[in-house]
Design a protein around this ligand. Structure first.
Ligand code: KIV
Length: 281
């Protein structure tokens, strides 16, 4: 990843939470797959990431692991899994690596996570940092807003990034920060930055899969480019399925099985049963 940064090669990251989508992403050549705690928003219906547990991440991580053969697989440390001391954090991170098959973990927070990052890296666990808008802090932030908008806040973000790099992270997510600040950070650290709502100058871009596919509810942030509207595609498919059942056109003969003639004779079934409703209409 460092080499890609030096070559100016733009790597691609997306989230995934289940086997089929992870398999599609991996086969499509996505470089980094993140089992993010955005799981809480887009799959589990929690409304935010705070309630997501380590066990929930693990269930989804294992499904994704079974699908991914090529991409780098990163798992989020959910809120509460690294707050009760370094030993607990190491134990939880090791579960993601050993049980879940993650090749790296992601941790929200800047300078205050430096000791923990050092400890995790010492234990041979690869760590991705995450600064800017850190959704696990929503109860302190009060709202999801652009971070680093004042000179002071921007300087703090740059300090956070440098401190994380010194502590040993291999990449840093920059979430919802002004593109000028993302550029400054990207130019001041040797590790790649992974932007979400942070503009074009980040080394790598990431989006939440369900947001870019149009599979999530509510207003989307301006940085989400809608590459598909799967909600519309699914609504259309299930509506047509329901219509076909209600008007008796599903299943057709070709979509069902007939009784062999010998058995039909023995059972005195002279004519294969027809779809009565379809015949009537
Ligand atoms: O949980 C997540 O999906 C994330 C990405 C938005 C970076 O943290």
């Amino acid at each position: 990843m460092r080499a890609s940064k030096l070559r100016g090669e733009r790597l691609v990251c997306l989230t995934a939470y289940d086997y089929p989508s992870a398999r599609i992403l991996d086969e499509a050549g996505i470089d980094i797959i993140l089992v993010g705690d955005s799981l809480g928003n887009v799959v589990l219906g929690y409304g935010n990431t705070v309630p997501v547990t380590l066990d929930e991440i693990l269930i989804h991580l294992k499904a994704v692991r079974r699908a991914v053969q090529r991409a780098l697989l990163v798992a989020d440390m959910p809120y509460g899994s690294f707050h009760t001391g370094a030993d607990d954090a190491v134990r939880n991170a090791l579960r993601l690596v050993k049980e879940g098959g993650a090749e790296a973990i992601k941790l929200e927070g800047g300078r205050k996570r430096v000791d923990l990052v050092k400890r995790l890296v010492d234990e041979e666990i690869s760590v991705m940092g995450h600064i800017g808008l850190t959704p696990q802090s929503i109860n302190q932030l009060g709202a999801y807003r652009v971070q680093g908008k004042t000179a002071k806040a921007a300087r703090e973000l740059i300090e956070d990034a440098k401190a994380l790099e010194d502590a040993g992270v291999f990449a840093i997510v920059l979430e919802v920060v002004p593109r000028e600040i993302a550029r400054l950070i990207t130019e001041s650290v040797g590790v790649p930055t992974i932007g979400i709502g942070a503009g074009i100058h980040c080394d790598i871009q990431v989006l939440v899969l369900h947001d870019m596919l149009g599979l999530s509810f509510g207003k989307q942030a301006r940085f989400v480019r809608p590459y598909a509207n799967l909600r519309e595609v699914m609504t259309d498919a299930v509506t047509r399925y329901a219509d076909d059942i209600r008007n008796g056109t599903y299943p057709s003969e070709a979509e069902s099985y007939s009784l062999p003639a010998e058995a039909a004779e023995e059972l005195h079934i002279t004519k294969p049963e027809k779809n009565i409703k379809a015949e009537k209409s």
